[in-house]
Design a protein. Structure first.
Length: 142
């Protein structure tokens, strides 16, 4: 999913507003993530406090941590680029029952788990990461 789609689907007002994206987008750009590229956002339990972005790039996986509640400073974003040979990705586990599917995996220590449509998006995102690790062309997950 593109970052703009994640922003539209944010779990709470203001967690990914213009002020926050104003510090996030330059960090993503510095790590080699193109404008509105496919990313995975991990909102976590307290998205009003902190959340993370995973973004595949040609060089590796960009990880950006966003922190919203920095007193007297405003939002803060920090990131790193992990080269593909060092990226840690778990096995992709899929379970089906009737028409429902559940997918789970880990990417750089972050658990990605989803049901039905979310499972499809996770599988597509992780498949793009597997392709990049193997040196194959990056496939869009949008």
């Amino acid at each position: 999913m593109r970052l703009t789609a994640w922003v539209e689907d944010a779990p709470a007002a203001g967690v990914a507003g213009p002020r926050v994206l104003g510090v996030v987008q330059p960090v993503l750009a510095a790590l080699g993530v193109a404008d509105d590229e496919d990313v995975w956002v991990i909102w976590g339990d307290e998205p009003q406090v902190r959340w993370s972005i995973l973004a595949p790039t040609p060089a590796g996986l960009a990880t950006v941590s966003v922190r919203l509640s920095v007193p007297q400073e405003g939002p803060r974003a920090s990131g790193k680029l992990t080269r593909w040979p060092r990226v840690q990705v778990g096995d992709l586990a899929v379970e089906m029952q009737g028409a429902h599917r559940v997918v789970a995996t880990t990417v750089e220590g972050q658990v990605l788990r989803g049901i039905d449509d979310a499972a499809d998006r996770i599988a597509a995102f992780v498949s793009a990461i597997y392709a990049a690790i193997d040196g194959r062309a990056h496939q869009s997950t949008a």
